[in-house]
Design a protein around this ligand. Sequence first.
Ligand SMILES: [Zn+2]
Length: 410
Amino acid sequence: MRRMMQAAIYVLVLSFGLFELGGFALYKGEALREIYSEQAGPETTVVSYYKAKLLLAEPATYESVQMETNKPTVIETDLPNNRVESKLPTKSEKIIYLTFDDGPSKNTEQVLQILKQEEVKATFFVLGEQVLKQPEMTKRIIEEGHSIGNHTFNHKYESLYGDFAEFADQVMKTDEAIYRTTGVRTTLFRAPGGTYRNFDQGYFDAMAAAGYHVHDWNVDSGDSRRIGVPAAEIIKTIKGSTLVNKLNVLLHDGSGHSESVKALPAIIKYYKSKGYTFALLTDQIEPIQFGVAKQLKWTRPKVTEKQATNLAKFSEEFSNSVKRAQAEKQAPSLILHRGNHELVLKPDEYRLIKGVIEISKRKLTEWIGGGAELKAEKDMLPLRISLQKLGITITNYVYNDQQREVWISD
Ligand SMILES: [Zn+2]
C-alpha cells in the first residue's frame, strides 16, 4: 500500500514536473510575441527592431543584418510600432527630431520644462556617467514621454576611439545604467563627436550587428563649437541651416550649456512656424548617418571578430532578459490551494527557473500548514521537489499565461 502511494505521488509529481516544463515553453513563446505587441507608455521599452529579427528569424536573416553595414536602417512598415508616437512619417511630411546630448545635467530640468510648455517631444542621448549622477532627471525624461539613447559612458574620445574594446565596454555599461534607472532598454545610439572620422567600417558593422541604431544629425546647432556659444548665435545657426523634410537637430543639455536652454524656445517656435512636426527617435526611424571618412582621426587596431561578437551577444542577451523580466511582471498570481485554504503569491513572490516553480520557504510553510518541518538552507525552494520530500500530493494544477493554480490535499 505504501509503495502504491509512493508510486502515485511519483506519477503526480512527474507529470507536474513535465507540465511545468510545458508551461515554461508556452511562456517563452508568449514572451517573444510580446515584442510585437508593446504599447506606448512611460515604462515602454524601446525594443530593437533588429533584435526582434534576431530573436525570431532564422540565421539567414541574421547574416543580412550583419551585412547591412552602415547603410541606414531598412524600415519595414508591416511591423507594428512599439510606441504610439513612432508613427512612420510619409515622404511629404515635415518631421523634426530634436536631440540633446551629454546630459542629463541640471540644464535638463529647464529643457524638460520648455518641451512640456511647447508640447513637443525630443530625444536625449545620455552619458552613463551622468545617468548615475542624475537618476531622477533620467527618470523624468522617460516619465515625460521623451526618448532616450546611449551616448557612451564618459565621452572620452581617446579611450572610445583608441580601441573598440573600450568603446563596446562603455556602450554596455551605459545600456545597463539606463535600464537600471528607467526600466528602458534602448538601442538608440549617438557617437560622441559624431561618427565622421571616428567610426570606421568595423565600428559601424559591429554596432549594426549588435542591433544598435546609430544616429548622426543633419542640423548642427553649433552649440558645442566652443565653450559658451551665445543663444543668439545658436538661433542664427539654426535659421541658417538647410530645411529638408526630415531634420535631426543636434543640441546639448550637458553642464555648461545654459545658452542652449535659452535658445530652445526660439528654436521650437522657428520650426513650428515652418510647419514641422516634432517626433521621437525610435528603433523604427531610419537614422541619418555620416559616411566612413577616408582619413580617420585615430590610429587603432581593427575591430576584431571576437570584440564584435561579444557586443552582439551582450546586446541580445540583455534584450532577452529585459523581455523576460517584463513578461514576469505581467504574469498572473500563483494561487496555492489546500482544502479551503488559499494562498495568493504575487508575480514577485514566486519564480520560474528552467521550468521549475520556486517559492519562498516562508510561503511554502504557510501553505502546507506550518506543522511540517522544512529543512532548507536556501530561501527559494523548488515547489515540486519540496512537496515530494514532504510526501504531499498535488491533486490538481493549472498553469498558463492567465491562470496559475496548484491544489494539494488538506
Ligand atoms: Zn556628446
